[in-house]
Design a protein around this ligand. Structure first.
Ligand code: NAD
Length: 502
């Protein structure tokens, strides 16, 4: 560990448990054992608020994926896991949720150290969300069932359907909500009786590895949850192509998702793709501008803008455009930029030097294309990967900053006159993850909701996520759903059974 990181952790007085975890050599979790990568390779884990080295993590190989698949297959095809009764699976998932709760502070610290996010939000959003997701899906095993039907064919039949788990599920996870996104994929897969292999993003493996220890402590049999750390182009690609895996559930960027989908479908896997976004926000002239500005700023600057459904394109009705921008700038000014472990941090660093470079290049592109920079735009003169929250006004639909996902704290705004224009602007995007409307006029709101091409529509709110509601995109934002009862259909096969009766 670099001195800069050691001093940083000391300054914020991180827990003994986290210090102990970080001091250990990190290993992958395959078939209940903690192992090195097959070829002994590792990669560096860099702390984003300081830019210093934290530790090293195994860089897995295709052979490591083979070993994880073998273990997961053994459990699925006749192992202890597949013989558990539904209520026994529920008990194990509840036990795992309790362990996540017990070690919540440590997991929140690891998220903040690994990803740079605010430790307060890690606690309140990431870890709370992870726990809630396991608790929600823990209730499902005993409630999964098929249908008994009355056919109209001549003759006498018993006809019914069974819901059966798909098999071995590979979860490929991004770095912006490492543990929570993993939970979205794993909790439902385990609830229906699948076995799993997780690949965390190379930038953020630590909380998932700590989670592996909790899986072991929960009593879930060895081989049901495997964690293979490593490069996307090696471990992720091997998972997409592996014939022993029945489903890939992927969350990440649209270009990588397209590649994963193509490979996985090519060998007849089921696929869920949760991809990028460029979510529109419509502020109508009847909205409460102050509370809309607060919610819009939260909706785009939370997690330093590294949120898939962030409301990054804001369209405001012309008569209130200037007034709304004034409110928005006033709110943005109050957001504290600080290292992730600072208890008051709202905007932490970006996840990596590369991400900072990409986001800065978009800010430059916006200025070159003639958008009006009305707030921020600079990077901070301190160690780590900090960028100011940035707001552009008078943006045009063809600008790069309007069309492409930036994945940083950058907001583009423009005005519209009629609601039809707002709908056209909102839908003029390759993506369709989410949309938001700020208005107090219910009839206008209800008229707009069906016209927006988005998997989620928030009204007078943004990113309200709960495991009881499905989440997933339209268009280039992917297909399939995570969360809600809908997710269970993406993890089960429906078998139709016909029995001739005398
Ligand atoms: P990414 O696509 O670079 O990586 C995602 C995961 O895919 C990582 O684990 C990575 O190692 C792996 N990967 C990379 N190349 C691969 C390959 N060739 N084959 C298989 N796996 C490979 O995305 P990221 O930079 O980690 O995350 C940011 C992106 O994720 C953004 O576009 C964001 O919008 C998206 N995202 C979407 C959602 C959603 O629910 N729709 C949620 C969070 C993030």
């Amino acid at each position: 560990m670099d001195k800069s990181v050691r001093n940083y952790l000391k300054q914020y007085d991180i827990s003994d448990a986290t210090q102990r975890f970080l001091a250990k050599p990190q290993k992958m979790f395959i078939n209940g054992a903690w192992v090195d990568s097959g070829n002994g390779a590792v990669f560096d884990v860099i702390e984003p608020s300081t830019g210093g080295l934290v530790t090293r993590v195994p860089s897995g190989t295709a052979e490591d994926v083979d070993r994880a698949v073998e273990a997961a297959r053994r459990q699925f095809d006749g192992g202890a896991w597949c013989r558990l009764k539904p209520l026994e699976r529920e008990r194990l998932l509840h036990r795992l949720a309790d362990l996540i709760e017990k070690h919540g502070e440590e997991l929140a610290e690891l998220e903040a150290i690994d990803m740079g996010k605010s430790v307060k939000f890690a606690r309140e959003i990431d870890i709370q969300g992870t726990m809630d997701t396991f608790r929600y899906f823990a209730g499902w095993p005993s409630k999964l069932h098929g249908r008994t039907v009355e056919p109209s064919l001549p003759g006498n039949y018993l006809a019914y359907t069974r819901k059966e788990p798909l098999g071995v599920v590979a979860a490929i996870v991004p770095w912006n909500f490492p543990l929570q996104t993993m939970a979205w994929k794993l909790a439902a897969a385990l609830a229906v009786g699948c076995t799993t292999i997780v690949k965390p993003a190379e930038l953020t493996s630590l909380s998932t590895l700590r989670f592996g220890e909790l899986v072991q402590e929960s009593g879930i049999p060895d081989g049901v949850v495997n964690i293979v750390t490593g490069r996307g182009s090696v471990v992720g690609a091997a998972m997409s192509a592996h014939r022993g895996i029945n489903k890939v559930t992927f969350t990440g960027s649209t270009p990588v998702g397209r590649e994963v989908g193509r490979t996985a479908v090519g060998n007849f896997k089921h696929v869920t793709l949760e991809l990028g976004g460029k979510s529109p926000v419509l502020v109508l002239d009847d909205a409460d501008l102050r509370s809309a500005a607060l919610a819009v700023a939260n909706g785009v600057f939370f997690n330093s803008g590294q949120v898939c459904d962030a409301g990054t394109r804001v369209y405001v009705q012309k008569t209130v455009y200037e007034a709304f921008l004034e409110e928005l700038v006033a709110v943005t000014r109050t957001l504290k930029i600080a290292p992730g472990l600072d208890p008051d941090c709202f905007i932490g660093p970006l996840v990596s030097a590369q991400q900072k470079k990409v986001v800065s290049s978009y800010i430059e592109a916006g200025q070159c294309e003639g958008a009006e920079l009305i707030y921020g735009g600079g990077s901070l003169d301190r160690p780590g990967y900090f960028i100011e929250p940035t707001i552009f006004a008078k943006c045009q639909p063809e600008m790069k900053i309007v069309r492409e996902e930036i994945f940083g704290p950058v907001l583009v705004t423009s005005s519209f006159e009629k609601l039809d224009d707002a709908v056209s602007l909102a839908n003029d995007s390759a993506f369709g993850l989410a949309a938001a409307i700020y208005s107090n006029d219910l009839s206008r709101v209800h008229t707009l909701i069906p016209r927006l091409h988005a998997g989620t529509v928030y009204v007078n709110a943004h990113s309200t996520i709960d495991p009881c509601m499905p989440f997933g995109g339209f268009k280039a934002s992917g297909f399939g759903k995570d969360l809600g009862p809908e997710q269970l259909d993406y993890l089960t096969e429906t078998k139709a059974i016909w029995i001739t009766l005398p």
